[in-house]
Design a protein around this ligand. Structure first.
Ligand code: ZN
Length: 283
């Protein structure tokens, strides 16, 4: 069984601002921007070949992105045998904990996505701790975008995976996932997930940069945390199929050298990770 732990749905112009697409064009090239917008049918087709997929709501006022919780809930509730929805709330909203509870109990969503770099909040500001407490009380995982981005209006000072160390100490029962293995701070992400039993990382985007991704996986193996890496594509930036192929090619750059290889069983272990039971979403 293959579980894709990190996928997006978002339509343009309903959910994505021109700012987002302009920035996407600036970095990835003209004309690519509009392709990043996908509808539900695109998503459904791309998930062929995986058994289960987590679909993320997303709200960033700073970037003008709003993929509503209701939109994600309606989609995943049509395909409960395959799809799992994660809510997104803006921690800057005073009622964020209550909104989260509504999303879980009423909409049937199963986790929370947070992105301090996109949502412009300091994860270590204690005024946000009631939200983490609520997630722990509801026994749902938080998927954190603790890593960089291509967008300008996104403060890197809130993006380090190391910031989660303190939150993990304060909320030891809270399951948390560091998206993209903390890209590009793989070493930091690896040491944080090694410290805390309930911390994991998803590998979306990692293998798309072959040299950096190779080093990230070797580092995870050397620190003994490869079994805490969860398979994920970050669709539409990559599909689950492309992500599997990239993972299986990860040793290509070092073939014929004495550099260490990422063992095949580690790669297959990531692809077939039983992430939903690890995260307490399903037994
Ligand atoms: Zn993502």
């Amino acid at each position: 069984m293959i579980v894709d732990c990190h996928t997006h749905v978002w339509e343009y112009p309903q959910h994505l601002s021109d700012y987002w697409l302009t920035e996407f064009d600036r970095i990835w090239g003209k004309g690519k921007g509009i392709e990043v917008a996908v509808d539900l049918e695109d998503h459904w087709r791309a998930m062929e070949g995986v058994s289960r997929a987590i679909v993320l709501a997303f709200r960033s006022r700073a970037l003008g992105v709003d993929v509503p919780n209701t939109y994600v809930a309606e989609y995943v509730n049509k395909h409960p045998e395959k799809l799992i929805g994660f809510a997104c709330v803006d921690p800057n909203d005073a009622d964020a904990p209550e909104e989260l509870e509504y999303c879980i109990k009423e909409l049937g969503l199963k986790g929370l996505k947070l992105a301090p770099i996109y949502q412009h909040f300091d994860p270590l500001d204690e005024k946000f701790y009631p939200l983490y407490q609520k997630a722990q009380d509801l026994q749902i995982p938080i998927l954190w975008h603790q890593g960089t981005t291509f967008l300008s209006n996104a403060p890197l000072k809130y993006a380090s995976p190391v910031l989660l160390d303190e939150i993990a100490q304060r909320f030891p029962q809270l399951k948390m996932i560091i998206a993209h293995l903390g890209h590009p701070w793989f070493n930091e992400a690896v040491v944080v997930i090694r410290k805390h039993p309930n911390l994991y990382a998803d590998i979306s985007g990692v293998a798309n940069r072959p040299w950096q991704g190779y080093q990230a996986l070797v580092t995870a193996v050397e620190y003994g945390v490869a079994d805490k890496l969860l398979f994920a594509s970050d669709y539409p930036f990559s599909t689950p199929r492309e992500t599997q192929e990239a993972l299986r090619r990860i040793n290509e750059r070092v073939r014929g050298t004495n550099l260490p290889k990422v063992p095949e069983e580690v790669i297959e272990g990531i692809i077939h990770r039983p992430s939903l039971s690890l995260l307490g979403i399903e037994s």
